[in-house]
Design a protein around this ligand. Structure first.
Ligand SMILES: NC(=O)c1ccc[n+]([C@@H]2O[C@H](COP(=O)([O-])OP(=O)(O)OC[C@H]3O[C@@H](n4cnc5c(N)ncnc54)[C@H](OP(=O)(O)O)[C@@H]3O)[C@@H](O)[C@H]2O)c1
Length: 296
């Protein structure tokens, strides 16, 4: 029977390369993005390497929690689901709020993947063994670690708020892995390292994206960032592809798969009980799901 995988933000950048890797491996891949033309082009490219079922595209704006709920319903209707890759993420130069009135960096990097995952848990368990892969970033190290509310106190600094939203998602990911032990669902975080994509193109033009404390180091920060994001998206996709398919990970869970496509130690702050509790409380309040949070 067809084994389906979903890759969010899978019509470009690292997501498209991930989708191609999963399709070449033999999974039938559904990619999600906002733009239908881009989606159609992605499906054409994926079809050239696919060895399993036919690729598909579903349009959804993952900044909208309503769209995420509709997407989950459509995916549930598509049939058995083996792999969910929550690849969507963004570093936004300026503070923005979504149609739901929630700060957009937090939504795109954490809340939207959180909600899609929670809405698909029952299906992933029924179709197990299955895998969830949440795309992380080394920017978690630059995060302000306060999760009492969506927006941390102080000014908006894109790099740090991005890292903070990724840290929230990493804390959720590793905690979910423990809660789902024995359920047949493995949960991994994948750190792609860096790549030249829409997201990184031009991000580092202004020192405004880092906190005033870091600004004296701006030339160094910019150089490091430029170097680490110079590579191709196909290389950066290796961590997600390995997390989704590598047989050596069968039966394992709660690992961070690093840029070399092998497990790396998790950033310690992501497992602090206070961080995990606050992230879960905030996520459940902002994006409630009907079922009780599932345990293994
Ligand atoms: N690039 C890096 O160096 C780097 C480093 C560390 C981590 N990451 C992480 O890797 C993941 C992929 O990054 P990337 O650099 O490949 O990003 P990207 O190039 O910006 O991703 C482009 C893809 O995202 C889709 N997309 C953007 N906004 C969307 C929305 N609101 N709803 C649905 N789809 C949306 C685009 O399709 P549409 O425009 O049609 O919607 C397209 O498919 C992210 O989680 C990112 O945080 C990237």
């Amino acid at each position: 029977m067809e084994q389906r995988a979903v890759v969010t933000a899978g019509t470009g950048g690292i997501g498209l390369e991930t989708a191609m890797g999963l399709a070449a491996y033999g999974l039938a891949v559904t990619v999600v993005g906002r733009d239908a033309e881009r989606g159609a082009r992605a499906v054409e490219r994926i079809a050239t390497v696919a060895t399993g079922g036919e690729p598909r595209f579903i349009a959804a704006d993952l900044a909208s929690l309503g769209d995420v709920r509709e997407l989950a319903a459509r995916l549930a209707a598509e049939g058995p689901l083996k792999v969910l890759v929550n690849n969507v993420g963004a570093m936004l130069a300026d503070r923005q709020h979504t149609v739901d009135g929630i700060e957009a960096t937090f939504v795109l990097n954490h809340l939207s993947p959180y909600l899609l995952t929670e809405l698909l848990l029952d299906q992933l368990r029924a179709d197990g063994p299955s895998r969830i892969v949440n795309v992380s970033s080394s920017a978690v190290r630059a995060a302000k670690r306060s999760f009492e509310d969506v927006e941390p106190p102080g000014g908006y600094y894109a790099f740090h708020w991005y890292g903070r939203a990724k840290l929230a998602n990493l804390a959720y990911t590793l905690d979910l892995a423990q809660r789902l032990r024995g359920s047949g669902i493995s949960v991994f975080a994948a750190d792609p390292g860096g790549a030249a994509t829409d997201m990184t193109n031009g991000t580092m033009r202004s020192p405004k994206i880092v906190s005033p404390a870091l600004r004296p180091l701006w030339p160094l920060v910019r150089r490091l960032f430029a170097r680490s994001t110079a590579g191709p998206a196909s290389t950066a996709a290796r961590s997600s592809i390995a997390a989704a398919t590598d047989a050596s990970l069968d039966g394992r869970t709660g690992l961070v798969i690093g840029p070399r496509a092998t497990p790396v130690p998790a950033f310690r702050a992501s497992t602090t009980p206070r961080t995990v509790d606050n992230v879960l409380r905030l996520s459940r309040r902002l994006a409630p799901v009907e079922h009780e949070p599932m345990t293994g």
